[in-house]
Structures are given as C-alpha cells and as structure tokens.
Design a binder for this molecule. Structure first.
Ligand code: G3I
Length: 329
C-alpha cells in the first residue's frame, strides 16, 4: 500500500524524542520510518533541555536525534530556539544585567545553530534544515516574559539575525498557534514579516502549528486565515498538526460520527495544503503518532478520552489516516 510520504509532494513529519528512538518500541520506529520523512524533537531541542548553564550546552539528545535522522534519511526541523515557555530555571532566575542576559541568549542561539549545522547528508546538505527561531511571541505570556523585558521589543528580529549569522543556509521560521483561526494574530505575523523585509532581517518561513478541532475552526476559516500567510511568499509549515475531537469531554468513547468527521477534516487539510504554491510547501508535521502519545491527553485536563492523531493507541491505522492520505493524492 502507498504511504504518506510516497503520496505527498512535500515532506511529512512527526515528533520524536531521543529516548523513544533508542528504546525498544520497534512499532514506533517502524511506522516513523515507513510513513514519514521529516522529524521534529517534541522537547529535546528546546532551550529548556539544552541550555544547562551560562555558556554551557547539552546537545546530546539532539545529537542522537540527528544521528538517527541521518542514518534513516529524515530531514530534521529544529524546534525551538527561543520560547517563553521553555526557559531553563537558571536563566529564568538570572540576576545579571540585561546586557549580560542578552549575551547569554545570543551565545545560545549562535552555539546551537552552529552545532547543528555540522551533521551533513551524503549530498552535503545539513541534516537540520531549519529552525523555529522564535515560538509564540504574540501572546500575553511572551509579552510579559523575560526575552521581551530584557532584550527589548525588537528581540524577535535580534534572534533571527543571530541565527542567520551562525548558519546562512538553514531556513529560519517564526512559529505560532491559532494562525488557523485568529485574524488579528495572522495580521501581527504578516506585519512582522513585512517589517523584517523592509529592514533586511532574515526570515524564510512561517510555522502554523495547526492544533485544530474536528469542528472548529472549519476548513473555510482555516483557508481564509492561511491566505495572507501564503501571500508573504515565505515557506509555510503546518508544524504541529493534530485534531482534538472531545474538547468539552462529552464523550467517553470515540464514536463513529466523530471518527468520520475527523477523517473528512484531515482530508480537507491535506487538500488545502496542496493549494499552496509548491515552492512554498515546507511540509506538514504531525504532533504525535499514537492518540495516547498526544500532549492533548494532558491538556487542558488529564484525560484518556481524546483521539487527535492518525494512529490509535495500538499503532492501528485510523480512518483519520485514510482521510489524510486520500487528501494527499
Ligand atoms: O519528562 C518529565 C517527567 O520526568 C516528569 O515526571 C513530568 C512531570 O511533570 O514532566 C516530564 O516533562 C514534561 C515533558 O513534556 C515530557 O512529557 C514537561 O513537564 C512538560 O512541560 C512537557 O510538555 C511539552 C510542552 O510542549 C512544553 O514544553 C509537551 O510534551 C510538548 O508536546 C509541547 O509541545 C508544544 C510545542 O513545543 C509548541 N507548541 C505547542 C505544543 C503543545 O503544547
């Protein structure tokens, strides 16, 4: 049978952890290798995981992921250099001056991007093709966070500039949620990109996370909000796709009705993605393989009654898989 990566004209990704890749769960790696050709570290390449102290970095788990990718022909998308929700405790509690704080962040970005530029594929390209440079800047939490406070309102541009200085080849993304539904946030991102272009600040792509629901936002809304992002001419990554089906926790089993709605919605998302000009299609990355691996089983409450992904908890192919595959064809 055909696979997702064979049906698609663009990369199809999923998330991994170093533990999972080196563990004994062969079902996980066999589905990953069969269906996908791009990987993102769910947590192992975040600042909170790698920036262990002043000018001190632990790249070991990221390196293990990159080695796996290299050996098995995956592209790696780096996630994420700067995010207010993944800041190591020592840096959160930093007592130095703002200038010293900024030097730490700059040093981290430069060292990390330079380090992950080293692993090359056999045709000489970097295994790590891209980075989410800044994640979720247009939120109240980010605006109240230490990066904004200490590096200043222009911190996003600073981070992109430092990343580019460390590796001029790697693709640099701005990544955020609700870009599938929230017109005002889409406008903020599009305005930022226009400002970057005017000032010659480097940026290559926009990541729209796509944590969507089975009914909301509907596909017309997703399409309407996608259009200005595509209009920037940048690469577009559906970077964290999943689909909650039980946000109100009304269900205690995955009904046929909900399963079918999910299947149809996944199909229309694949069809919509294909309307993006091919040169701008960076790919679609899913935020998990099995339903029971999903972060949505722990958010906003812990529940076993959520089924957001393409594979069930026994690695069985769901109707959602079939729908998405049909949409790719
Ligand atoms: O590994 C520890 C475990 O040892 C400990 O017992 C447990 C107790 O809380 O925590 C475990 O770490 C958790 C980790 O996930 C691994 O499960 C962290 O607390 C938890 O904060 C972390 O959550 C991650 C979250 O980002 C925050 O970094 C999720 O796995 C991950 O799916 C989620 O991904 C984010 C994207 O990066 C950005 N966009 C939204 C997306 C979903 O929230």
């Amino acid at each position: 049978a055909i696979t997702l990566k064979a049906a698609a004209t663009f990369p199809i990704g999923n998330i991994v952890s170093a533990n999972r890749l080196s563990g004994s769960d062969n079902n996980f790696t066999s589905i990953l290798n069969k269906e996908f050709n791009s990987i993102t570290a769910e947590n192992d390449m975040k600042m909170g995981a790698m920036f262990t102290g002043q000018n001190t970095y632990d790249f070991s788990r990221g390196d293990a992921i990159v080695a796996y990718a290299k050996a098995n022909g995956f592209r790696v998308h780096g996630h994420a250099l700067v995010w207010h929700a993944s800041i190591p405790t020592w840096l959160k509690n930093f007592t130095g001056t703002d200038v010293e704080f900024e030097a730490q962040v700059k040093g981290y970005i430069k060292a990390t991007v330079a380090h992950f530029a080293l692993a090359k594929t056999t045709d000489g390209k970097s295994v790590v093709a891209s980075w989410d440079v800044v994640n979720e800047a247009f939120t109240n939490e980010a605006l109240a966070g230490p990066f904004y406070a200490k590096l200043g309102p222009d911190y996003v541009a600073k981070c992109f500039t430092w990343a580019k200085e460390a590796n001029s080849e790697v693709k640099l993304f701005y990544n955020d949620y609700n870009l599938d539904s929230q017109t005002s946030k889409v406008k903020s991102v599009v305005d930022m990109v226009a400002d970057f272009k005017k000032r010659a600040i480097p940026i290559d792509g926009i990541g729209s996370q796509m944590h969507v629901g089975y009914s909301y936002p509907d596909i017309a809304t997703i399409s309407t909000t996608l259009s200005p992002l595509v209009g920037t001419g940048l690469l577009i990554h559906f970077s964290e796709l999943d689909m909650s089906v039980n946000r109100d926790l009304a269900l205690t089993s995955f009904t046929a009705e909900r399963s079918n709605a999910q299947k149809e919605k996944y199909k229309s998302i694949a069809v919509l993605y294909k309307t993006i000009p091919s040169a701008q299609r960076f790919g679609i990355t899913f935020w998990g393989v099995r339903d029971n691996d999903s972060w949505l089983r722990g958010w906003p409450v812990v529940t076993e009654y959520e089924w957001p992904l393409l594979f069930d908890s026994n690695y069985g192919y769901k109707a959602a898989y079939t729908g998405f595959l049909e949409g790719l064809k």
